[in-house]
Design a protein around this ligand. Structure first.
Ligand code: 4AD
Ligand code: MG
Length: 435
């Protein structure tokens, strides 16, 4: 049998005999020739099966094969300007492995049907290319951190503590006691940083907020590095390098970018330094643009868009008011209204891609701050659940910082997707739990 190769390889080997295996993307018949567009992960190839150049058995199988049937075909490739793929394989033999039932997805389908049939829609050219890009983006993120001395760690998904507000967590019954799906692995990453010094976890975070936006998932993949001896400035410098590394390396995948209409040069332009704007300056900028925000207001979708719509690179917004940021962020000694933190906003209103901060590392400071937050917000921390994490401040604590990057937010922005649900194979949203 001729060697089995991919569609992309076959296109580089005109005239030599090859075997392709894949699925039928399209099929038509015209006067004793069956034309198939064959799909594999590397691309599409037109195949011509002529009744008088193949055996009777091959012709019968080619006639039976339907769209999405899995097939194997042998032949020789030649360049062909008339073929939609630029090449054509002239089949010498053909067989089907599994004949597909009528495929439920045809050319024009509603968004809802495509989500219901997600397990099959993942075979579309669009989803194939997004999923290839996603895999590369995960790899480049890990590659960058690996090269910068980080260890990957694996936190638990089931927990008793909340890192952020704790209010938007999915509750579950854990053998009779109350537990939650984690909304951030930060607290566990902090624990591991005290042995491994630079760590990151890349794991799902769960958010029970019932917000139906184009940026929120109920389950998303969260990259959470934690670094000893880093202050917020050093952390921001690392973040901009990480984001640039991912964007610049993604630019190499020209076939994926072309399929998704992403401009490679836009990705190559993403280089440090990124703009740094204090919350205070962002606030006045927004008010100059016609909003009427006051100190302490959080930014919504329209404010994020106004701040980033004319930007080509992400923008840091740092030094936020303490009252709208979590309890683990230290007060800024130079301006006690604010905490030592920064959010990274993607260009063109794609939203917050990173949230990060220094961590309160001294025991007394942490206890005092938690008490202040309880008073200011009228909440009560269940200190017993936080005991182990507070403990970290008792036994050889050191200054440290960390951040969390939403992987689907990065994917949505870099690929210019309209909705975050297309950045993940099986999206979980308040109105979507299947398939
Ligand atoms: O800003 P967040 O809530 O920060 C934390 O969870 C910190 N504990 C992270 C840390 O310091 N280790 O979330 C971090 C990032 C956001 O900037 C955003 O990119 C993403 O996670 N994110 C979401 N992505 C998709 N769907 C959601 N519902 C998201 N919520 C946050
Ligand atoms: Mg945030």
């Amino acid at each position: 049998m001729a060697p089995v190769v991919s569609v992309a390889k076959a296109a580089k080997k005109p005239a030599s005999p090859v075997t392709l295996s894949g699925w039928i993307h399209r099929k038509r018949e015209s006067g004793g020739i069956i034309f198939i567009v064959l799909r594999d992960v590397t691309g599409l190839m037109q195949v011509a099966i002529k009744k008088d150049s193949v055996s009777e058995a091959s012709w019968k199988m080619a006639s039976e094969a339907t769209v999405e049937s899995s097939v194997e075909v042998q032949g020789r490739v030649s360049e062909d300007k008339r073929s939609p793929t630029g090449f054509e394989l002239h089949a010498s033999s053909f067989k089907h492995i599994n004949v597909s039932e009528p495929f439920p997805i045809t050319e024009y389908q509603s968004v809802e049907l495509l989500l219901d049939k997600r397990h099959l829609w993942l075979r579309s050219q669009r989803m194939i290319n997004i999923m290839r890009a996603r895999s590369h983006i995960f790899r480049y993120a890990r590659e960058f951190l690996d090269r910068n001395g980080f260890y990957e760690v694996t936190p638990p998904a089931i927990t008793k503590v909340g890192g952020e507000t704790g209010a938007d967590m999915f509750e579950l019954d854990f053998f009779g006691s109350r537990a939650y799906l984690t909304e951030s692995s930060q607290l566990y990453a902090e624990a591991m940083a005290f042995s491994l010094e630079r760590v990151y976890s890349l794991a799902p975070s769960y958010r029970a907020e019932n917000s139906r936006t184009t940026k929120h998932l109920s389950e998303y993949w969260h990259l959470e590095p934690e670094m000893l001896y880093f202050d917020n400035k050093k952390s921001m410098a690392l973040q901009e390098k990480l984001v640039s590394h991912i964007a610049n390396h993604l630019a190499r995948h020209e076939d994926i970018l072309a399929a998704l209409s992403v401009n490679k040069d836009d990705l190559l332009k993403i280089k440090p330094p990124f703009k740094r704007l204090s919350y205070e300056d962002a606030l006045s900028l927004l008010n100059q643009k016609g909003f009427s925000l006051k100190w302490g207001d959080d930014f919504g979708v329209e404010h994020e868009r106004a701040l980033t719509e004319s930007e080509d690179k992400p923008v840091f917004i740092h030094s936020w008011p303490s009252e709208i940021k979590p309890f683990y962020m230290p007060i800024n000694p130079k301006d006690e209204r604010t905490v030592l933190c920064a959010d990274l906003q993607a260009p063109k209103g794609h939203g917050e891609i990173i949230g990060g901060s220094e961590r309160i590392w001294k025991y007394e400071d942490l206890i005092a701050r938690m008490a202040d937050v309880e008073k200011a917000k009228g909440v009560k921390f269940n200190m017993k659940n936080y005991e182990w994490w507070i403990d970290l401040r008792k036994y050889g604590s050191v200054p440290h910082s960390g951040f969390g990057m939403g992987m689907e937010r990065i994917i949505k922005w870099l690929l210019g997707l309209d909705h975050i649900r297309d950045a993940i194979p099986f999206p979980r949203m308040s109105n979507r739990l299947e398939p």
